[in-house]
Design a protein around this ligand. Structure first.
Ligand code: NDP
Length: 320
């Protein structure tokens, strides 16, 4: 089997490919032939060392494929089953051993590329829009990076819930994509808080979804109406520096949360229930999944370079 291995934290160039013996599934584990591995921004944080991971390690948390062998005591999956996962470390590989409890069954009408492209970012967007904050009709919602993987899904889910969506993007091509998935107003990052205020006649947003972090955090606070909620869910531009909680009072008794999808998917039952809901929305065609780039596994370096250079849209996949 082939796998990407990081021997020391660093830039995209540390993503090297190696040949390894095929692993054996242990008790409660499943061996999977990986059809597609999802690339997510968290893989960049793991690779760079922003989030601590012991080296050497194989990056990637997400993918879809076919069960190739099952270990002892696995009763819920059999060889040939189509499965997907969003929280299994080591997914940048042609084969993977995963705990059966971390897998979801992929419905027959969902191709493996769609499953790999939708699970992690889709579950995140579903959680952010229905649990972290339950968007309701008429809410004004700001979504940063509206042509990105999570961004495009969040816009669509917010629109399904009846919100007015204002989104930020960095280029006109990205603006067009954000409009295609339903954003009501698409703006640039420069002075975005003033633009949100202007577009809403000074009322501002009920909720801001910010996965950009350092570069947008202050503007996100200024985009909120009194008692609004800032959902800081990532830091593509870098981590937000420490802040004085008094700032929340100054901007109007604001709420701030820093959610991680894993905490909302803490049990296999919860994860499978939400994955079923997500696949239901995907197969009903209410959610369009855009794969913005497919890369051969050995080109993981290129995928990370493109993602960090803001050249990508939608979902990126590695194809072993
Ligand atoms: P994206 O596809 O959204 O890529 C990141 C985007 O961020 C870029 O395309 C770019 O869009 C924007 N961006 C703004 N400033 C920068 C910068 N300085 N460097 C790089 N990108 C920048 O990635 P994902 O959909 O995978 O992830 C989006 C965010 O969601 C990330 O912060 C990620 O960590 C977070 N996340 C959090 C989860 C959680 O559980 N909390 C789960 C999944 C993702 P533009 O050019 O339009 O500005």
């Amino acid at each position: 089997m082939k796998a990407i291995v990081v021997h020391a934290h660093g830039g995209p160039e540390v993503l090297g490919i190696v040949e390894k013996p095929t692993p054996e599934p242990g008790i409660g584990e499943v061996l999977i032939d990986v059809a597609a591995a999802g690339v997510n921004y968290i893989d960049v944080y793991h690779r760079s060392g922003l989030y601590p991971v012991e080296t050497p390690f194989t990056p990637g948390l997400e993918g879809a494929g076919t069960v190739a062998a099952v270990g002892d005591e696995v009763t819920e999956f059999a060889v040939g089953d189509a499965v997907a996962w969003s929280q299994v470390p080591g997914s940048y590989a042609s084969q993977l051993v995963a705990p059966a409890s971390s897998l979801v069954r992929v419905p027959d009408d969902v191709p493996p590329t769609t499953a790999a492209a939708s699970l992690l970012q889709g579950l995140t967007a579903l959680i952010l829009s229905s649990q972290t904050y339950e968007i309701s009709g008429g809410d004004v919602v700001v979504v940063h990076a509206g042509a990105g993987g999570v961004g495009m899904l969040l816009i669509q889910l917010a629109k399904l819930r009846g919100a007015r969506v204002i989104t930020t993007v960095s280029t006109e091509a990205k603006a067009e994509l954000a409009r295609q998935v339903g954003a009501d107003e698409v703006i640039g990052y420069d002075g975005f808080a003033d633009q949100v205020a202007k577009l809403t006649d000074g009322d501002k947003a009920h909720v801001v979804y910010d996965g950009v972090g350092a570069a947008t955090f202050d503007g996100s606070l200024r985009s909120l109406r009194p008692r609004g909620l800032l959902v800081l869910f990532g830091q593509a531009s870098g981590p937000v520096p420490p802040m004085d909680p008094q700032v929340l009072a100054q901007h109007g008794s604001l709420y701030l949360t820093r959610p991680t999808a894993g905490h909302y998917l803490a049990t296999p039952e919860r994860m499978r229930h939400m994955a079923q809901e997500l696949f239901g929305i995907v197969t009903s065609s209410s959610l369009s999944i855009r794969v913005g780039g497919e890369y051969e596994l050995e080109h993981a370096t290129v995928a990370h370079k493109d993602l960090q250079a803001r050249r990508t849209t939608g979902k990126l996949l590695l194809m072993p």
